[in-house]
Design a protein around this ligand. Structure first.
Ligand code: 5GP
Length: 346
C-alpha cells in the first residue's frame, strides 16, 4: 500500500483569478477551435463542447440542435443500423463533423459499428467508451479499431492518469476521454472507492496528451457554465456534458408529471434502469454504478447552450482571452474554500 499526499482538486476547490484585459465585450470572444489530430488526417473546427453518449443526452435530436451551433454530440450506442440510416438520410456532409458513433468493446459492438460505417462512410468520429479504460482488453480493442479505421478520429476512454493517456494515444486514440467518478448520475466512487478529482485529472492528463500531440475531453462533473470554463482553463480540449444537457425536449428519457410539475427521467448508463432496458437486468456479479433521477423539465436545449456559451465568453473577457484557445494560458486558479453565495438557494 502507498499513499500519495499531494492534494488533488475538483472544480469546487478553485476559482479563476481575473486579469487585466483589453477586451471590451463578450462579443469580441471567439469560442471556435481548430484541431489537427495525432493519427487521423482529419481536421475539425467548432466549439469544443460535447453532449455525452448517454441515451438520455446524446440523441439524434440533440445532435441536430448542437450541430447548428457547431457543438458536438457523441451519439449513444443503442440506435440500430436502421435508425442510423434513416436519420443520416437527411443531413449535410458538414453535420458529420459534429457527431461520433459510440461503441463498447465487444466483438458484436465492433461488427455493429462496421455495418453502420459501411452504410454511412462519411461518419468521421468513433467513440470507444468503457467505464474502466485501464483494462488490457480495451487497449486491444482500440488497436483493432485503429487498424480497421486508419483515418477516422478515434475517441477512447475513460481514464484519469497521464501514463494511461499516453498508452491510449500510442495504441491509436486521437482523443482521450478523462473522468472516473465525477458524473452527476455516477456512483462509482460510492460503490468502489475509486476516482480522481476532475480538475487535477484534467491538468495531469492534458499535460500528458499534449506532450504527444494528442487531445483530451473532460468528461463529467460540470454543474454550471463556470465549471465548463474551469475545465477549459485546466487544459481540456473538449468538455463533455451529461446532466447539464439532460431534462430538455431533445434529451431522451420519459417526461413525467408530478403534481402539475414536469420532470424528465435521467439515468446513468450503468444504472439499474439502463441495464434493465438494454441487457435484461444487472448481472449478479456486478453492482449498478449509476443513479436514476428526475430532472425538472427545462424546455429547449438551445437556451441552456446559449447560457453556457455566454458564461464561457464572459470568463474569457475576465482573463483577457480573445479566443477560447488562449484561455488555459491566461488561467491562474486560486484555491478557495467558498463558491457562490447560497442565501437565496433553496
Ligand atoms: P455529468 O456531465 O452528468 O456530470 O457526467 C456525464 C458522464 O458521466 C458521462 O459522459 C459518463 O462518462 C458518466 N456516466 C454516465 N452514466 C454513468 C454511470 O451509470 N456510471 C458511471 N460511473 N458514470 C456514468
Amino acid at each position: 500500500m502507498r499513499i500519495e499526499t499531494d492534494l488533488k482538486l475538483g472544480f469546487k476547490d478553485v476559482m479563476i483569478r481575473p486579469k487585466r484585459s483589453t477586451l471590451k465585450s463578450r462579443s469580441e470572444v471567439s469560442l471556435e477551435q481548430n484541431f489537427k489530430f495525432l493519427h487521423s488526417t482529419a481536421t475539425w473546427t467548432g466549439i469544443p463542447i460535447m453532449a455525452a453518449n448517454m441515451d438520455t443526452v446524446g440523441t439524434f435530436e440533440m445532435a441536430q440542435v448542437l450541430a447548428g451551433e457547431k457543438l458536438f454530440t457523441a451519439i449513444h450506442k443503442h440506435y440500430t443500423l436502421q435508425q442510423w440510416n434513416d436519420f443520416l438520410q437527411n443531413v449535410t456532409p458538414d453535420f458529420y463533423n459534429y457527431i461520433a458513433i459510440s461503441t463498447g468493446t465487444g466483438q458484436e459492438d465492433f461488427a455493429k459499428i462496421g455495418h453502420v460505417i459501411t452504410a454511412n462512410p462519411l461518419l468521421k468520429f468513433i467513440c470507444i467508451d468503457v467505464a474502466n479504460g485501464y483494462s488490457e482488453h480495451f487497449v486491444q480493442f482500440l488497436k483493432q479499431t485503429r487498424l480497421q479505421y486508419p483515418d477516422k478520429v478515434i475517441i477512447a476512454g475513460n481514464v484519469v492518469t497521464g501514463e494511461m493517456v499516453e498508452e491510449l494515444l500510442l495504441a491509436g486514440a486521437d482523443i482521450v476521454k478523462v473522468g472516473i467518478g465525477p458524473g452527476s448520475v455516477c456512483t462509482t466512487r460510492v460503490k468502489t472507492g475509486v476516482g480522481y478529482p476532475q480538475l487535477s485529472a484534467i491538468i495531469e492528463c492534458a499535460d500528458a496528451a499534449h506532450g504527444l500531440g494528442g487531445h483530451i475531453i473532460s468528461d463529467g462533473g460540470c454543474k454550471t457554465p463556470g465549471d465548463v470554463a474551469k475545465a477549459f482553463g485546466a487544459g481540456s480540449d473538449f468538455v463533455m456534458l451529461g446532466g447539464m444537457l439532460a431534462g430538455h425536449d431533445e434529451s431522451g428519457g420519459e417526461l413525467i408529471e408530478v403534481n402539475g410539475e414536469k420532470f424528465k427521467q435521467f439515468y446513468g448508463m450503468s444504472s439499474t434502469t439502463a441495464m434493465d432496458k438494454y441487457v435484461g437486468g444487472v448481472a449478479e456479479y456486478r453492482a449498478s454504478e449509476g443513479k436514476t433521477v428526475q430532472v425538472p423539465f427545462k424546455g429547449q436545449v438551445i437556451n441552456t447552450i446559449l447560457d453556457i456559451l455566454g458564461g464561457l465568453r464572459s470568463t474569457c473577457t475576465y482573463v483577457g482571452a480573445s479566443r477560447l484557445k488562449e484561455l488555459t494560458k491566461r488561467t491562474t486558479f486560486i484555491r478557495v474554500s467558498e463558491q457562490e453565495n447560497q442565501i437565496f438557494t433553496k
